[in-house]
Design a binder for this molecule. Structure first.
Ligand SMILES: Nc1ncnc2c1ncn2[C@@H]1O[C@H](COP(=O)(O)OP(=O)(O)OP(=O)(O)O)[C@@H](O)[C@H]1O
Length: 758
């Protein structure tokens, strides 16, 4: 049973034969789904003239079902070309099963490949040598395209292995972990570990909380869980959809291929700055301002702001009705507005109530309430209904109303708060004066600032990520304006027919790159890097998953949100009383043991009780520290990047404090095409969730100093590298200072570290 090259080649050829058979069958399945789609399209090419006949509707409906089914099928089949079959199980007694990204049956309906998510495939991930669960040998097939290039075996039950069974390969997991990173996350479907599989297959209802240190696979596991739930609960979940929320747009593009590679296209991926439909947040506020905007105290500020008078609104209503001059002054108008909105009414929904209150006040002034001298043109007393009708039709009233109680958008209300005095009034007793200054300044930035007036929340840029939950809160407080109900012809072009051809249109629309609409009532919400969410962000997400099941991924030790208790309270409010299931992952699959040792030392000093994961891989390359002096920084960084480009096959990340990002990009601008393709300059906060084969950390002390919880950000930064880590500092004091309890210098860096002057 010793591995040898020729034995391995023979095993690969044998597997290739099977894999070829599966691809041939897949081609036949694609052809038959394409034929169905063609037929559906042909049925749809009806030449309408005048009225549509009922049988045409039936035909359109059937076409829709056909196209819908065929298109979904093709999307699944098309996505699975690469490495379709990745696993094989040899059971006691000789039965062999193959596991793949999707299930494939032969023409007689016999299974050729089990879908990895099917219950029968679970054993592929769960069986171990201690508990083989009837499996003798587990084999992972490594492929490039449709070609099998390697096999990696685990012998789980030597006693039951037949004499002619070969066991080859060095282990699939190590091969996967040491392979070069491309800048896009890959799925791990072939090498999911047992404890990860338990999280992926946990029951759907309620809340699944996944914690674990850096690199423990939280993100990748959560994404596989989403694919698993879409498979096992397709009916429930497809109705509302899955929302996946991550920290940044860069992170979302880093993970965007994982679900499609698992055959799933149904999830909506949004960074936390893009959760509100149509709002594009293209920057983050500086830390002190972000902390105020994220705080739960903003609820009260916004609630007061949403109830305030519209700037420039008339302070008096004067009109002639019921034979009298009537007038309501500023105090009466304020009292009416306050009263209408006090009862929790949403401003844009409460216009009718405001009108009723105005009419009531005018009627009272006209003496109507006393029933004495309300009189029509001919001296006849006016009824209340006549009075109301009369007032409503007067231009003085309608013009007043449009100016006094217009529909207001969240963007407008946020814009009002750029006025410091107004903000100070609504924030009285809630925010400190210096906090008011920060916010007013952030909203009154001249160019690209949150616009003071716009027609809608949608389609605007210039907001910060921290503004987005505030806009969403205001949207909830203001409500959608009540629209007049226009009766619709159920068969008109824009109504009925559109409904009937939905799938056809959707498919056609997709090919033209159209966006699918956003749903607010998601069936499942997956939140990554949840430790960083502010209370206001939790409220925003809570509105999108009122009836959803949730998967929440986070690591408190990596948190950049200062008030953990406040954020947890907001999270608990968003999740309500749903059942919770918690999982903790303990193995760091990303970092080499040498690199993680340094990161562990840094975080343990700041958070002595932190539960650290175990890094499984040794490379023999401890981190290198370059001390540059004041002027040598650019040259040292360039040299370090050059060395890393030679040392690793994949990506190199250069991580700096926020204020150095532009200058660092300039240092590296002319390193050539290879560097342009593989090197990324990023900041501590922006590197969350990402990974690179080599990492250069520039001035770690500056990253740690960026916020009161900057040491946690530095911990994040020090855990981004898979293979090599270099730090560059003007002096070497940062290590001693960071790892010294109470800020005292210890004089020595962590063990196993190579020091070098640059
Ligand atoms: N079972 C596995 N097989 C192969 N690779 C794995 C496995 N589990 C995790 N990995 C790899 O480990 C790396 C870290 O995974 P991931 O980014 O999901 O970790 P994380 O816990 O979210 O990290 P962080 O908290 O630092 O963002 C990724 O490259 C991932 O593909």
């Amino acid at each position: 049973m010793q591995p040898s090259t020729s034995v391995e080649q023979a095993e690969i050829s044998r597997e290739q034969q099977y894999v070829d058979r599966v691809y041939a069958r897949l081609a036949a399945m694609v052809e038959s789904a394409s034929a169905v789609r063609r037929e559906g399209r042909e049925r749809g090419l009806l030449d309408y003239t005048g009225q549509i006949k009922e049988e045409d509707y039936r035909s359109l409906f059937e076409r829709d079902v056909l196209v819908d089914h065929a298109v979904r099928r093709l999307a699944v089949l098309d996505a699975q070309r690469e490495g379709l079959v990745f696993g094989r199980l040899d059971h006691v007694g000789g039965e062999v099963r193959y596991v793949g990204r999707i299930g494939v049956r032969d023409a007689e309906h016999e299974p050729l490949v089990l879908d990895w998510r099917a219950p029968a495939a679970a054993v592929f991930y769960q069986a171990t040598a201690v508990d083989p669960q009837g499996v003798v040998r587990r084999r992972v097939l490594r492929s490039q395209g449709q070609r099998v290039v390697g096999v990696e075996d685990d012998l789980l039950d030597a006693e039951n292995a037949p004499a002619d069974m070969h066991v080859v390969g060095d282990g699939a997991l190590m091969a996967a972990l040491t392979s070069a990173r491309s800048g896009r996350m890959r799925d791990i479907v072939a090498t999911i570990q047992r404890e990860q599989d338990q999280v992926i297959r946990a029951p759907a209802p309620g809340v699944t909380l996944i914690s674990g240190g850096p690199g423990t696979g939280k993100t990748v596991v959560a994404l596989h869980r989403a694919a698993y739930l879409l498979y096992t609960e397709r009916r429930r979940i497809q109705g509302g959809g899955v929302l996946v929320v991550g920290p940044s747009a860069v992170f979302m593009s880093y993970i965007e291929r994982v679900l499609p590679s698992l055959g799933e296209h149904e999830a909506t991926l949004r960074s936390v700055g893009e959760v509100v439909d149509g709002v594009v947040a293209d920057r983050s506020d500086p830390f002190p301002c972000a902390v105020v905007k994220g705080s739960a105290r903003m609820r009260q500020v916004l609630s007061r702001a949403a109830r305030g008078a519209v700037p420039g609104a008339p302070e008096e209503l004067r009109l002639y009705a019921a034979g009298r001059r009537l007038a309501l002054g500023a105090r009466e108008l304020t009292a009416i507005r306050t009263d209408v909105l006090r009862r929790g009414a949403r401003r844009n929904r409460a216009r009718a109530e405001a009108v009723r209150a105005l009419l009531g006040a005018l009627w009272k002034q006209a003496g109507g309430a006393a029933g004495t001298d309300g009189a029509g043109a001919g001296g006849r007393p006016m009824s209340r209904a006549e009075f109301d009708q009369d007032v409503r039709e007067r231009p003085a009233f309608t013009e007043f109303l449009d100016a006094w109680w217009p529909n207001v958008t969240p963007a407008e209300v946020l814009g009002w708060l750029a006025d410091r005095d107004r903000l100070a009034r609504v924030a009285r007793g809630v925010l400190r004066p210096e906090e008011v200054d920060l916010l007013a300044a952030s909203w009154s930035r001249p160019a690209g600032a949150a616009p003071a007036r716009s027609s809608s929340v949608r389609g605007r840029t210039g907001y910060s990520v921290e503004d987005v939950p505030l806009l969403d809160e205001l949207d909830a407080l203001l409500g959608e304006p009540v629209r007049p109900v226009v009766p619709r012809d159920p068969f008109d072009e824009d109504g009925g027919v559109q409904e009937v051809v939905t799938s056809y249109d959707r498919e056609y629309g997709r090919s033209r790159g159209e966006q699918t609409p956003q749903y607010d009532g998601y069936a499942h919400v997956l939140v990554d890097e949840a430790q960083d969410l502010s209370p206001m962000q939790w409220r925003m997400l809570g509105r999108r998953g009122r009836h959803a099941s949730w998967t929440i991924v986070g690591d408190p030790a990596q948190s950049s949100w200062p008030d953990v208790a406040e954020a947890e309270a907001a999270r608990d409010a968003a999740l309500g009383v749903r059942t919770r299931r918690t999982f903790h992952l303990d193995t760091n699959y990303r970092n080499s043991a040498e690199i993680f040792e340094l990161a562990a030392e840094v975080i343990s000093t700041a958070l002595p009780d932190v539960r650290l994961p175990r890094a499984v891989r040794e490379t023999g390359h401890p981190p290198t520290h370059l001390t540059t002096g004041a002027d040598g920084r650019p040259e040292a960084v360039r040299a370090a990047v050059g060395e890393l480009l030679d040392a690793v096959a994949g990506t190199v990340g250069v991580v700096v404090a926020g204020h150095r990002a532009d200058e660092a990009a300039r240092w590296l601008a002319d390193l050539g095409d290879d560097a342009a393709a593989r090197v990324v300059v990023t900041t501590g906060l922006a590197s969350k969730g990402l990974e690179y084969d080599g990492v250069v950390v520039v001035e770690p002390a500056e990253i740690a100093a960026e916020s009161p919880v900057g040491v946690r950000t530095l911990y994040v930064v020090l855990t981004r590298a898979t293979q090599r880590l270099v730090t560059v500092g003007a002096d070497s004091g940062w290590r001693a200072a960071l790892t010294a309890p109470d800020g005292k210098l210890t004089g020595t860096g962590p063990a196993g570290v190579t020091d070098r002057p640059a």
